[in-house]
Design a protein around this ligand. Structure first.
Ligand code: PNS
Length: 172
């Protein structure tokens, strides 16, 4: 069985991430979406919420693939998360040339740490090339509408989280 790990912060998962996940499921039998617990960053959604958001987002956007997707939190090195689940590949998305340099460095470093693991890149669909979790967070925090950027249940979750932070309420 071909198993891959798709690591990320996913704060929140976007339709761009789900597009990369869909493409990866055409190549791999099972994909483990590994959600980074990073004690140095204060995320908008805590890790349990990010995991729940991904599970519901996959159910909404990729229902036919949901059985082949496992979502779990991880702390520490991505290559160790791969070894734990027997994955030989790391999946990452590329939106634009600007993503390339940092991703190349990370891929080489991961290969240095674990030569048995390769990084496989998928191009995000052009329509999601502008989309990032950080922009989505900013939009929601200023009262903007994330519809069409994230799955519907994730949009609701974000608007609720933004309200709890005291964001303006134009879209609620
Ligand atoms: O969604 P992001 O924030 O771009 O994901 C970055 C992520 C989680 C893939 C990266 O920070 C990572 O792999 N962190 C785990 C720690 C690690 O393995 N560091 C060495 C990477 S070369």
């Amino acid at each position: 069985m071909r198993v891959a790990v798709y690591p990320g912060s996913f704060d929140p998962i976007t339709l761009g991430h789900l597009d990369v996940l869909r493409r990866s499921l055409a190549v791999f039998d099972q994909v483990v979406v590994a959600v980074l617990v990073n004690p140095k960053k204060a995320p908008m959604l805590d890790v349990a919420d990010r995991v729940d958001a991904i599970v519901s987002g996959v159910g909404e956007a990729l229902p036919e693939c949901a059985a082949r997707v496992d979502v779990r939190p991880f702390a520490g090195l991505t290559v160790e998360a791969c070894r734990e689940v027997g994955a030989g590949s790391i999946i990452r998305g590329l939106r634009a040339v600007s993503d390339f340099e940092a991703e190349l460095q990370m891929a080489h470093m991961n290969h240095r740490l674990a030569p048995e693991i390769d990084t496989v890149f998928f191009m995000t669909a052009l329509e999601y090339g502008y989309l990032s979790s950080s922009l989505v967070r900013e939009i929601v925090r200023f009262g903007g509408d994330p519809t069409g950027m994230v799955p519907p249940s994730v949009a609701l979750r974000l608007v609720t989280a933004a309200a709890a932070e005291g964001a303006p309420s134009r879209v609620r």
